[in-house]
Every structure is written in structure tokens, then in C-alpha cells.
Ligand binder design. Structure first.
Ligand SMILES: *Cc1c(COP(=O)(O)O)cnc(C)c1O
Length: 365
């Protein structure tokens, strides 16, 4: 039993997917055609944003956003140390300096008190990450950013369908950046990403930036990238977007069962739910005592259950990023030894989930 399996959902809509691919071949338009345009309009409607721009990946969505606000070499960019590699990769890709912030050990989200301490004159941007499907305390972060004339770019790569109160995440910052990596709540069959924004100038700029900086074909007016969402992935995403709410409900149902079975467990700690956020459960992450974490993973592996760790090494301790500043981020370092991601995906069978629960309980007996 694997941690996540998007093919379970894709199999159910395979004929629709194949039809859409055939249509694209017949249309002869493979790049920046009708599917990308339609997907952009449907995704922005889903998020309640004015604009959406389809790009190559979630990492590129962040890079293009940083480029759009003229991030320069040496600018400081604040990010949580507990996130996917893509968050930090985007920062260093534009020559900026990642400044790592600790997290709240129960919600796993960026710690506001530590964030405030990390702001300097050089701080250009804060990138809050709505990790595992739960929204950060975004209005508080926005308030801090506004007071200090700092911009916000939201990393929404794990938060398709996630709202802060009644507003979809990604609408608070200059941009919201999404990934359609296959295992995300909305996943392509390959790479893909999207930037949402409510700012027309930023929208126009990112549209140019993703396509060589071309205002007109073959004439780069600004320094850009090749980072377009392709027609086939856009067509597949359109089909899956129509089912996203239903997929998220299935994740929620699985999560409810994990909560029910583990919320009073002596050793398993379930994640903290924040009352201002709906949780779309990209991951269901528990904490167990440090000395039993790897033993539990091995025990389950022998029973053919694969558990995950998101993420085993804090970003500030990874070689590519750690040259920037020696830091002591005690919550991230502590929880990175305690966390386990339990299988959660839309078509995880009930009997399989029951087995996962049973074996974990068995381990702690
Ligand atoms: C997946 C992910 C990214 C990167 O997205 P890609 O499409 O893989 O480039 C960035 N940030 C977070 C939080 C992610 O989960």
C-alpha cells in the first residue's frame, strides 16, 4: 500500500482524458492554445481571483512571481524552514537570500513571532506556505508585511481548495502559487503549475515572463523564462478541476477517521486544526515519540504499508541552502524527527485505511 496514488482517481476518468488528448492532436495547437486559456479562466473562477497564468511547475510559479516584483540579488526572502524543496529552490534561483523561520509545532505552519524577528531592512518578500492543506494565519502576516512595506507571495502548492475564512488562499498576497505535480490535490499527469493574482500589471507581466519575455513573438522585451503549462496537461487539469471538491471531500472523510481513531491515543498526536481554515488534507501528518518514529515506519513497511516523512531534513540544514546563515530553529528540528505522513488520497479503500490504523495501534501495544 503506497502513501499516495493519483492513478486510482485517473483510472476512473481515463476515457475522458484520452479523448481530450485526441482533441488536442486534432487541433494542431500544442502550446498556449484553447485548453490553457479555458483552464486559466476556470481555475481563477475556482479560486475567486481575477487572473490565472498556467506555468510549468509550482517552483516556476514562485520564480516567476519573484521575477515579476523585481527581486534582486541579495534581497532577503522569508520562508518557513519546514516546507518542500521548491519553496527554497525558487528563492535561490532568482539570486535572493532565503531567511528561514521556525514553525508552530502543532499546526506545522510558519511561526509569527519568529517571523517578526527575522525582518530586516533587506526583507523584500515573505512566502507563507499553506502546508499540508491548511491556511496560515494570513491576515496577521499581511498586517506585518504591510507595516514593513514587504510583499507577500503565497505558496499554495498544497492548498487547492483551502480557504482562510471565506477567501481562497492565494488572494491575499501579490500572487498565489500552485503546483499540479501529480500527487497534489489537483494534479496533472506530469508537471504543471499556476499563478493567481488580482493585480492586472502583475498578470500581464507574468504572462510575458513565462514566454521568453515576449510582448511580441521573437522579440524579448524583458528577461523571461520558458515556463508554459502545455495544452495536454491543461486539458487533463480541466477534467480534474471539475472533480476537485469531490476529491477534497474524500480526503476529509479519510482524515476524520484518522482523527477519530487516534485523537485520544497515548503516543500518536494528531495535527492541530485551526478554526479560521478549512483543511484540504494534502497530507495527514501525525507526531510520534522520536525514538519510535523510524521503528514504526519499518514495522509498517514489513506489513506492506508505506508511510512517509514530509519533510525529514529542515530546509535550513540542507547543503544547497545552509550557507546563508547558521540558525537554530528548534521546533522544525524537533518535529522533523517525530512526524509521519499517513496514506491519504481520494480513492484510498476503506479496508486499507482500517489496516493502516490497526497496524499502527498494534505497534504501540
Ligand atoms: C510541490 C511543492 C512545491 C513545488 O512544486 P513543483 O510543481 O514540484 O515545482 C513548492 N512548494 C510546496 C509547498 C510544494 O508542496
Amino acid at each position: 500500500m503506497i502513501l499516495t496514488d493519483p492513478s486510482q482517481a485517473d483510472k476512473k476518468i481515463k476515457s475522458k482524458i484520452l479523448n481530450s488528448v485526441t482533441k488536442i492532436i486534432n487541433s494542431k495547437q500544442y502550446i498556449l492554445g484553447k485548453s490553457v486559456k479555458s483552464f486559466e479562466s476556470e481555475f481563477s473562477k475556482f479560486c475567486g481571483s481575477k487572473y490565472a497564468i498556467g506555468v510549468n511547475s509550482g517552483t516556476d510559479a514562485l520564480i516567476l512571481s519573484l521575477m515579476a516584483i523585481d527581486t534582486k540579488y541579495g534581497d532577503e526572502i522569508i520562508i518557513p524552514s519546514h516546507s518542500a524543496s521548491g519553496t527554497a529552490t525558487a528563492v535561490v534561483a532568482v539570486g535572493a537570500k532565503p531567511i528561514f523561520v521556525d514553525i508552530d509545532p502543532d499546526s506545522f505552519l510558519i511561526d509569527i513571532i519568529d517571523l517578526k524577528k527575522k525582518i530586516t531592512k533587506k526583507t523584500k518578500v515573505i512566502i507563507p506556505v499553506h502546508l499540508y492543506g491548511q491556511s496560515c494565519g494570513i491576515t496577521k502576516i499581511l498586517e506585518i508585511a504591510n507595516k514593513n512595506k514587504i510583499k507577500i507571495i503565497e505558496d499554495c502548492a498544497q492548498a487547492h481548495g483551502t480557504k482562510f475564512k471565506n477567501t481562497h488562499v492565494g488572494n491575499f498576497g501579490v500572487t498565489g502559487c500552485f503546483s499540479f505535480y501529480p500527487t497534489k490535490n489537483l494534479g496533472a499527469i506530469g508537471d504543471g503549475g499556476c499563478v493567481i493574482t488580482n493585480n492586472k500589471v502583475i498578470y500581464e507581466k507574468i504572462k510575458i515572463l513565462r514566454d521568453f519575455g515576449w510582448k511580441k513573438r521573437f522579440n524579448s522585451s524583458i528577461k523571461g523564462l520558458n515556463s508554459r503549462l502545455d495544452e495536454i496537461q491543461a486539458a487533463i487539469l480541466r477534467i480534474k478541476l471539475r472533480r476537485l471538491n469531490q476529491y477534497n471531500l474524500k480526503r476529509k472523510k479519510i482524515a476524520s477517521k484518522y482523527f477519530k481513531k487516534f485523537s485520544k491515543h497515548k503516543y500518536v498526536k494528531t495535527p492541530k486544526l485551526l478554526n479560521y481554515s478549512n483543511h484540504t488534507f494534502h497530507q495527514f501528518v501525525i507526531k510520534v515519540p522520536r525514538n519510535s518514529r523510524n521503528k514504526l515506519i519499518d514495522f509498517c513497511k514489513k506489513k506492506k504499508i508505506l508511510l512517509g516523512i514530509h519533510y525529514p531534513i529542515p530546509l535550513h540544514n540542507q547543503k544547497a541552502f545552509n550557507k546563508f546563515k547558521k540558525q537554530n530553529l528548534k521546533n522544525v528540528e524537533k518535529i522533523s524527527r517525530e512526524i509521519i505522513s499517513l496514506p491519504i488520497f481520494p480513492y484510498l479503500a476503506e479496508n486499507k485505511q482500517n489496516k493502516i490504523i490497526k497496524e499502527i495501534k498494534e505497534f504501540f501495544k
